[in-house]
Design a binder for this molecule. Structure first.
Ligand SMILES: C[S@@+](CC[C@H](N)C(=O)[O-])C[C@H]1O[C@@H](n2cnc3c(N)ncnc32)[C@H](O)[C@@H]1O
Length: 302
């Protein structure tokens, strides 16, 4: 007859094996404490539909935090050092793409008449202006935009809407010396690596992408007690910084400016394309919660 002690030992071993099996399965599914542990796909679809509904809101329905009318002076403050000078250096045959342009106010300021207040901003100083393309999922063109586009003629400024960046072909948009994104696609996309890949394909050699990401782990270190909006992790599930991930891309030079004292820790990012064979390490979407901006979590694919 087996003793009580040996049957207890057997029971404990079985329990330990079961616990280990559960841990392995949970880790394999990429689940983590703090995120709701439901089947991922239907929840993601639901949240992405909610996000599209936020983009569509109009008038009083637009949430206060969803700002669509930042001007060029705001862009100069929010984008990395060097953006204004680079924009000022563009000539009339060059091209600027603003992804997630909202009302297109930054481009309107760039094209403001020379004697206006907006033109006094350093970014708008040069007399030769690049042609500019504004992209927004929802159409937020204003009468001001239509009038200015009409008076400039010759497609100097264009407003494209109705779909997100990934649905445009390179042939449709052409290539650009400067691409900007201020709380646009880079902050809102559910497919971060594909987004960056598309941006790099749209950049001319030597061209630059200027953007920012709010609520991320900063290259220069984090403050305690931060609420993160965009979280990245490596293939082993350990935190990955947005800048260290971007620096793994081939044929680019990435510069980051960490703003740890802003309301949300924010990374200002400049990506310069140095050769044509760009390749962005894939990030898989693990979690997406609609918002302005949304909460997102991605994991680097092995
Ligand atoms: C909060 S508004 C920002 C508008 C403007 N940049 C500003 O700062 O005032 C977000 C903009 O990003 C656009 N957007 C979000 N995701 C996008 C994507 N994947 N492709 C193109 N536009 C996108 C929205 O349609 C909207 O125009």
């Amino acid at each position: 007859m087996r003793s009580v002690k040996s049957s207890m030992k057997g029971w404990i071993t079985a329990a330990a094996r079961l616990t280990l099996a559960i841990v392995i399965v949970v880790q394999g599914l990429g689940l983590r404490a703090g995120w709701p542990q439901e089947p991922a796909e239907p929840r993601l679809d639901e949240e992405i539909t909610k996000q599209e509904e936020i983009f569509r809101r109009r008038g009083a329905g637009v949430p206060r935090g969803y700002i669509t009318d930042r001007g060029l002076a705001d862009y100069a403050e929010l984008l990395p050092t060097g953006f204004c000078d680079a924009l000022g250096r563009l000539g009339s045959s060059d091209r600027w793409l603003d992804i997630g342009a909202g009302d297109g106010q930054a481009i309107l300021d760039y094209y403001a008449p020379p004697d206006s207040a907006a033109s006094a901003e350093s970014c708008a100083r040069s007399s030769a202006k690049a042609s500019a393309v504004a992209i927004s999922i929802e159409d937020r063109q204003t009468d001001k935009w239509r009038q200015r586009a009409g008076s400039l003629g010759d497609n100097r400024i264009r407003y494209l809407s109705g779909k997100s960046l990934r649905h445009y072909s390179i042939e449709e948009l052409g290539k650009f010396q400067i691409i900007t994104d201020v709380f646009g696609g880079f902050t809102y996309t559910a497919d971060l690596s594909r987004f960056v890949d598309k941006v790099l394909n749209l950049l001319e050699l030597g061209g630059s992408f200027y953007t920012l990401v709010p609520g991320v782990h900063l290259e220069g270190g984090d403050k305690l007690g931060t609420w993160y909006l965009t979280e990245l992790e490596n293939a082993a599930g350990r935190p990955e910084k947005v800048c260290s991930w971007l620096k793994k891309t081939t044929c680019v030079q990435v510069t980051c400016e960490s703003k740890s004292d802003w309301k949300r820790p924010t990374e200002l990012i400049n990506i310069r394309k140095t050769c044509n064979d760009t390749s962005v390490p894939r990030m898989k979407l693990l979690e997406f919660k609609a918002g302005y901006p949304p909460d997102r979590r991605f994991q680097l694919e092995p």
